[in-house]
Design a binder for this molecule. Structure first.
Ligand code: ADP
Ligand code: MG
Length: 681
């Protein structure tokens, strides 16, 4: 099997070096690649419609006899137009092709064919334009449609796949042992591969898909589990004592029980295990993750090691720096900030003291993982807002020490089914409790005609001493027009609505120190109102802020709105989130209503996953997971099934290295090699 899969694609007849190059463009190099090059979609040629029943705009398969020879003509631009008519027992239909010189040699008068295509209105009634076709003698079926590239059309690919499938031996090594297939009603691999390309019928297509999707997710699932258990080896850091009680006396508040649990999970990992800690702290916005991380860092530092705390943005890094500096003011812990915007000379100085071990705790951005940053004895790496970092960046930070502990924090409430895979290599502590005296944020949906009311409300909150955010109408960061829009919008507010109120503005195109200057003025309540783009999304903490207005709310994903909303309601004041949208589509309203109904990030994440897919949780390919070829992270049902199958496999066979699982193990190795991990030896 393996040898067939690795055979170069040129070993198939009809594929020379030219065609192989085209296949390579599609990522297909070996026969195995080709067999796993699943159709993009299918044309259902299994049910034929009578010509009299065709409706404009519909896509149909008809069975008709060619009534007359093809007539070619030239239309403007020199394009070749070929027309003919076909008929069945209920009527006739015009068929039109463009720019296909060979069509008259491919279709012959008096022969019966299937035609598959869309019905449009032509000069003389209904017509089917550029249909695909095959002789009626070939029989009815569902045909695969492949992603094509110029010079290589779907039909050619289908023929090559057919050839490759014929080479499959009857008894291929199945990735799933028979017992697993029986228990979960999965067809065998050979049947799945044949039917995913050339399904006998719709049911067989579904059977094949279920089998292949499950396989891909199980491979990923078990691969991630393996990563957790085996990648990191023995920990080079000796944490002898848990100092979390001592740390609590430095805090201006008492930790919630959920926070205490998270801290003790971490300390238990570090004190009792021989492998390094790999833990995710997952807690909704405002649940107090920072204090947990601070406590864990404190213990590590008191045991004689350094701690590094990485945040995704300058603003956040600076804010954490000021929080930690205050917290450790009366201790002997030396804290430093290392971000890209510091002067070269400052960075150099800090890097030197890090290498010398003079600094105990460094907080920073990506500047922490550059090659010239060295540590004296890094004991723990913490990453805040984990979804902003890829697995590779996390690994790079860890590489700065001798197998140090890892703590990652995420406010992105990833649905449980997805989390099991995405964070499959991490142990998880959930902070499922908010600090006391928090009042649930009240969220309302309004439209732009109600702006006067909104501004009045902001004004009343500000006169009561509170502060407010307005998130600008902005689509994506990076678009200069948006910056202009943000500035214009802010200018308008400052001049007209709030000329008597200090307004700050912050957006992604400002230099770090400019942003920082504005933010710190807002933190210090020198600005009552902050007009911002989504740069405030992540983590910023101003407990005195009680209103956030989000313009063009329909442009954001629900999880992102939830993050934005989390900028308020962080203190003891009743807080409000006003979503502004003029979009009246039912789906949009329904989506935004979810925000008004619940403050529960997990519920929102589930809704988001249902409606938008997983992109929102990770951004583009930030998760560092291997690319999926057939499964879909948004498919909760399959995720759940694959989790069950994976559990069953581990329960039944105990070790992924057991003999029955050899083909499965090979697949795991293959998938993870693409991601640069190779751990299963
Ligand atoms: P997040 O989990 O979103 O990162 P933070 O760690 O920024 O949340 O905490 C949000 C706010 O709650 C901060 O102002 C922090 O000081 C405060 N806070 C955290 N834990 C507690 C607690 N146990 N009691 C009261 N306030 C707390
Ligand atoms: Mg935070």
């Amino acid at each position: 099997m393996a040898s067939l899969f690795n055979m170069p694609i040129t070993s198939l007849s009809g594929i020379g070096s030219k065609r192989a190059e085209l296949f390579a463009k599609l990522g297909v190099k070996s026969v195995g690649d080709l067999i796993c090059f699943y159709p993009r979609t299918y044309e259902d040629w299994s049910s034929v419609e009578k010509i009299e029943n065709l409706q404009y705009g519909g896509i149909y398969c008809i069975k008709g006899i060619l009534a007359k020879p093809i007539v070619d003509s030239r239309i403007k631009g020199g394009k070749l137009l070929s027309k003919t008519t076909v008929y069945d027992e209920t009527g006739s239909l015009q068929i039109v092709f463009f720019n296909n010189r060979y069509i008259s040699s491919m279709l012959s008068c008096g022969t019966e064919y299937f035609f598959y295509g869309r019905i449009t209105i032509g000069d003389y009634g209904a017509q089917m334009i550029a249909p695909t076709f095959s002789p009626a003698s070939a029989g009815l079926r569902i045909t695969p449609v492949y992603k094509q590239t110029s010079g290589l059309v779907s039909k050619t690919i289908a023929n090559c796949v057919k050839q490759a499938l014929r080479l499959l031996p009857k008894n291929i090594n199945d990735t799933f042992p028979e017992q697993v297939r029986k228990s979960f009603d999965l067809c065998d691999l050979c049947c799945a591969l044949i039917n995913i390309h050339f399904p006998e019928n719709i049911e067989m297509l579904e059977t094949a898909r279920k089998r292949l999707v499950s396989e891909e997710l199980v491979v990923l699932n078990l691969g991630m589990r393996n990563l957790r258990e085996h990648t990191r080896g023995v920990c080079g850091i000796k944490i002898m004592q848990d100092y979390s009680k001592e740390f609590e006396s430095l805090l201006p508040f008492t930790l919630t029980n959920a926070q205490k649990r998270a801290v003790s999970d971490c300390c238990r990992d570090m004190v009792t295990k021989t492998s390094p800690m790999n833990r995710l702290i997952q807690g909704d916005v405002g649940s107090g993750k920072t204090a947990v991380a601070a406590s864990v860092c404190y213990s590590v530092i008191k045991n004689g090691y350094q701690a590094a705390f990485m945040a995704p943005t300058e603003i956040l890094a600076r804010q954490h720096y000021s929080t930690f500096s205050k917290l450790f003011e009366n201790s002997d812990i030396k804290t430093a900030l290392l971000t890209g915007s510091l002067k070269e000379s400052e960075k150099k100085k800090i890097r030197q003291s890090l290498a010398d071990g003079e600094i105990d705790l460094v907080i920073g951005t990506h500047a922490l993982i550059t090659d010239n940053t060295e540590f004296f004895n890094l004991g723990i790496a913490v990453t805040d807002e984990q979804h902003r970092f890829g697995v590779a960046q996390r690994a790079k930070l860890l590489g700065k020490g001798q197998n140090p502990h890892l703590l990652v924090m995420s406010a992105t409430p990833i649905p449980r089914t997805l989390g099991l895979i995405v964070f499959g290599d991490l142990d998880i502590s959930v902070i499922d409790e908010l600090p006391p005296s928090r009042k649930p944020i009240k969220t309302v949906l309004m439209n732009t005609s109600q702006r006067a009311r909104i501004y009045n409300f902001i004004r009343s909150e500000i006169s009561a001493g509170r502060q407010a955010y307005i998130v600008c109408p902005l689509v994506e960061e990076g678009e200069l027009d948006n910056v202009a829009a943000a500035e214009e919008y802010a200018a308008e507010l400052m001049l007209k609505q709030f000329s008597d109120i200090p307004v700050g503005i912050v957006h992604g195109h400002m230099k770090a120190d400019e942003k920082e200057a504005v933010m710190s003025k807002f933190v210090a309540n020198e600005y009552s109102l902050l007009v911002a783009t989504t740069v405030i999304e992540v983590g910023v903490d101003v407990p005195n802020a009680s209103v956030i207005v989000i313009e063009n709310a329909e442009r954001f994903g629900l999880s992102q709105l939830h993050q934005l909303r989390g900028r308020v309601g962080r203190g003891k004041f009743q807080s409000y989130c006003i979503l502004v949208s003029d979009n009246s589509s039912a789906i949009t309203r329904q989506r935004l209503e979810v925000m008004c109904l619940t403050n529960d990030g997990f519920k929102i994440a589930d809704e988001d996953l249902k409606m938008r897919g997983p992109g929102d949780f990770f951004g583009e390919r930030q998760h560092g997971l291997p690319q999926l070829s057939i499964a879909d992270f948004a498919d909760t049902k399959s995720l759940e099934l694959s989790q069950k199958i994976a559990d069953y496999i581990m329960f039944t066979y105990k070790d992924i290295r057991s003999d029955e699982l050899r083909p499965l193990k090979a697949e795991i190795v293959k998938l993870f090699e693409q991601g640069g991990h190779n751990t299963l030896n």
